[in-house]
Design a protein around this ligand. Sequence first.
Ligand code: DGY
Length: 322
Amino acid sequence: IQAQAIDYIREELPEAELHVHPDEHASPSRREVETWLERGLDALVCVIGDTVDETLLAHDVQRRLRVISTMSVGYNHIDVGACRRRGIVVGHTPDVLTETTADLAVGLLIATARRFREALQAVDKPGGWTSSWSPTWLCGVDVHHKTVGIIGLGRIGVAVARRLHHGFGCRILYHGSREKPEVAAELGPASFRPVLDDLLAESDFVIPLCPLTEKTRNLIHAANLRRMKKTAILINVSRGEVIDQDAVCDALERGWLTAFGTDVTVPEPLPTNHRLLSVPGVTVLPHIGSATGETRLAMARICIENLVAGVKGKSLPHPVPL
Ligand code: DGY
């Protein structure tokens, strides 16, 4: 993917001098990026693990940076206010990862409800799978025909709701800043819950699918977890910071929540001795929501299209609202 992205930049911007970190699976250090900025950069590509804040941007002493292009739909790692003040445009990669992330969300929901983590560990561990079948061993909970509460019926929210309603017969509730009859109609219809507490109290599965903002940080905190059914399962594929992880661990340990499946954590990567990994009922994936070859290639393509447009002084195909 990286080689294709570089070829595409070279085609579009043959004169460009490129600084590329040699390891495709790692980001350059902050110091390295600071040095690039000090020497003069027109454009910067980043991913969600790279924090682009005011302090970093201050290293653009020549005020040359024109565009920042993130290979992600989320842009909470970029201080967009600081970019606006410095006249830097920001691009991101919406739409192309919607269906792939929705597939993963549903997969994680099933894996969590049906206890895949424990089941896989049992198969791998000598003596873990002792009798071919037993009536109550590894019993989880059903997914089909349950009530699913989606917080944030945006692109990914709709894609997840569609799968769960049409594929599994689930009833969909949603909460957000406004009612969306135009998208809710094809989902049963999905029922709007203007008060978050009501959605939490009624849902068997709760899935926040909202971007991380100051309003949604720690949205699922201790008090909100107490509003959920004890039999509820919480699934997170948005950002780790939307959920108070410690409160989730407490709720699981006290039996106030049945299970938690998450593709996003604080921090990332999650240390192997982290509390989350020792609490029963937790399934953690390493932020792979959009990780398919097809989708990552599409994201890389859009990321470079944004970058090239920004360098050429054209409007970005997928700008972040500043
Ligand atoms: C995004 O794009 O924001 C995802 O979290 C990573 O694919």
